[in-house]
Design a protein around this ligand. Structure first.
Ligand SMILES: [Zn+2]
Ligand SMILES: [Zn+2]
Ligand SMILES: [Zn+2]
Length: 590
């Protein structure tokens, strides 16, 4: 039974509009959706994080063997949420059409939660698993009653989602970021030049700022570890995670080992999770969006292997062993997803699940996962060089095939555009509509071009492909086309609905003339978008172009920001990498 009337759609008004809901169910009856019959004695599985139960065949049910069970009737009576999933419980995953006989349980007064400090107004109390806030280790932990008595507001999403079965452990609490981390007192950094390397002092200060950031561990750690895994399963890693990206770029830009160890801390966390809960990890990694959870593992182990290949004395035996073990974990997790010949899609020659996903998922949601797989591929190649073996060659060949097919597919939808003033550009749509894409003058016209923000996220995955497997198409020429594209977008006003403006969508000149993207028009994107600064390595005027719309003074202010300084320094690494493909970090050139 696929289709169901979801109570979620009417959710915030669920209580007030029960009669409406009843009416909807009646309509549902008329249109053929019957309340389903369920055996009250059938076994259901209780989640560890939220008070939700699932049927045994629910697709969202993970770690079944670890879960408490009860009968459906017992769960109903206890007030459990039945067959709800998602961050707010707005999706139905199973037990659809079940008519509950008892009310759902509200959050009890003695439930233990966290008071979020708001920009203004009273504190907001949440259960610690709530997706609407990031708990900080300096926040107060208290019960709902204590919160109400002290004037806190209660989070609406928490009320909607209902009670929790676990709380963050004391160890987990220490992993959380804090608002109290020491600010860089007394320092007022200035913008880095795009032409001249900053001084060693300025670089050291940037390193200190990077090290002052919290760790790259994304899920919360609960008293019940299964709850931590459930929290992990709801996370999305595709943009990619800010800290991972900062640590990665900062390491490439400086070679500082302490930063590499920040990446390792996160890598160890995900390695441990994957080894302890492989079935959940496999479910997460089964598409390129979730696969990006391995980003810090792949980045760290690649850097170690790359270093070992260049100079075996630059890494310790323990580092080599640990990185090898992480690589083996990733290969093990990805085995049923990427390997095997039983279910190959004939056109792409890769597993069906991946091929189908490649054709449907928005590119910006897949590219960081594809980039992660490319890093793993390069790590395996380096590992083989270090250990002088061919053991992983079939796996390497398959990963290369998967990454190559993805790029080929992306290129078959996007287009290299020759209509820019200086050189070629690369344009692609936000989502894949399927069907024929109209062409005018050799340009493809999309229903909605990629927007600037998502283009910048995609670029972070593209960067990994450029660094690791450029022979598959993401080479100097392609990166230059991307740089030309973003430069054009940042500096050329187009006419949208009669107004000349910088577009928030990356429309090519033909698209801009024939059919500019207007859907909920984004204003031109912010100046000084640091995610594009790496393109300075492919166009000397890139950073200037990205700041073209603001005054010089404003640009200097923006470029003094941490992200901008880091990205400017990282652009030097990218430029040096172009000249020396074996370069591991910019520190080698300093
Ligand atoms: Zn379910
Ligand atoms: Zn909340
Ligand atoms: Zn074009």
């Amino acid at each position: 039974m696929k289709f169901t009337i979801s109570t979620k759609k009417v959710h915030p008004y669920r209580k007030a509009f029960t009669p409406l809901l009843t009416a909807l169910f009646l309509i549902a009856g008329v249109t053929g959706i019957e309340a389903a019959e369920y055996d009250p004695n059938s076994k259901v599985y209780c989640d560890a994080l939220w008070f939700r139960v699932h049927a045994g065949d629910c697709p969202e049910l993970i770690l079944k063997e670890e879960k408490k069970t009860m009968t459906l009737e017992e769960a109903d009576k206890a007030g459990a949420r039945l067959g709800e999933s998602g961050q707010s419980g707005r999706t139905n995953c199973c037990l659809m059409g079940y008519n509950r006989k008892y009310p759902v349980m509200e959050i009890p007064d003695d439930a233990f939660g966290v008071a979020q400090v708001m920009k203004k107004g009273p504190l907001k109390w949440h259960l610690s698993g709530c997706h609407r806030f990031v708990p900080k280790s300096n926040y107060a932990r208290l019960t709902k009653k204590e919160a109400l008595d002290s004037g806190c507001r209660i989070c609406d999403h928490c009320v909607e989602r209902g009670p929790s079965n676990s709380i963050i452990s004391d160890e987990g609490w220490k992993l959380l970021p804090s608002d109290n981390s020491a600010p860089m007192a007394g320092r007022e950094p200035t913008a880095f030049s795009a032409d001249r390397l900053p001084s060693p002092q300025e670089i050291e200060f940037l390193i200190q700022e990077t090290l002052a950031q919290s760790n790259g561990i994304q899920e919360r750690h609960y008293v019940d570890p299964v709850a931590s895994v459930e929290n992990f399963m709801t996370l999305r890693f595709f943009f990619p995670v800010h800290n991972w990206l900062d640590f990665y770029k900062a390491y490439r830009a400086t070679g500082d080992k302490r930063i590499l160890h920040k990446l390792r801390e996160s890598a160890r966390n995900y390695d441990k999770l994957s080894v302890a809960y492989p079935s959940a990890a496999r479910l997460k990694a089964s598409d390129p969006e979730g696969l990006a959870y391995m980003y810090s593992m792949a980045a760290y182990s690649r850097i170690i292997m790359q270093s070992g290949k260049k100079d075996i004395n630059s890494i310790t035996v323990d580092e080599l062993k640990e990185a090898e073990s992480m690589i083996q974990t990733m290969v093990f997790i990805l085995k049923p997803i990427c390997e095997g010949d039983d279910n190959l899609e004939p056109e792409m020659g890769i597993p069906h699940g991946l091929a189908d996903d490649f054709r449907s998922r928005a590119f910006n949601r897949a590219l960081n996962g594809i980039g992660t797989l490319a890093m793993l591929t390069a790590a395996l190649e380096d590992l083989q060089a270090v250990t002088d073996s061919q053991e992983y060659q079939p796996t390497i060949d398959r990963y290369r095939k998967v990454v190559g097919e993805y790029i080929k597919h992306w290129f078959s939808i996007g287009h290299i555009c020759t209509k820019l003033r200086n050189g070629e550009g690369y344009f692609y749509p936000y989502s894949q509509g399927g069907g024929d894409i109209p062409e005018v003058n050799g340009c493809r016209l999309y229903g909605r071009s990629e927007d600037v923000g998502h283009y910048s996220h995609s670029l972070q995955g593209v960067m990994l492909l450029y660094e690791t497997l450029p022979e598959l198409g993401i080479d100097d020429g392609f990166m230059t086309a991307v740089a030309n594209t973003i430069y054009y977008n940042a500096t050329t006003k187009i006419k949208v609905k009669g107004k000349n403006m910088l577009s928030g969508y990356v429309d090519c000149p033909t698209q801009a003339r024939e059919n500019p993207t207007t859907g909920g028009h984004l204003k031109g994107g912010s100046a000084a978008n640091a995610r594009f600064y790496m393109l300075q390595a492919f166009r000397d005027d890139m950073i200037d172009g990205l700041c073209d719309r603001v005054s010089r003074q404003k640009a200097a202010e923006l470029n003094a920001g941490f992200e901008q300084r880091l990205a400017t320094l990282h652009a030097f690494y990218m430029k040096a990498l172009r000249a020396d493909r074996s370069l591991i970090h910019l520190g080698e050139k300093m």
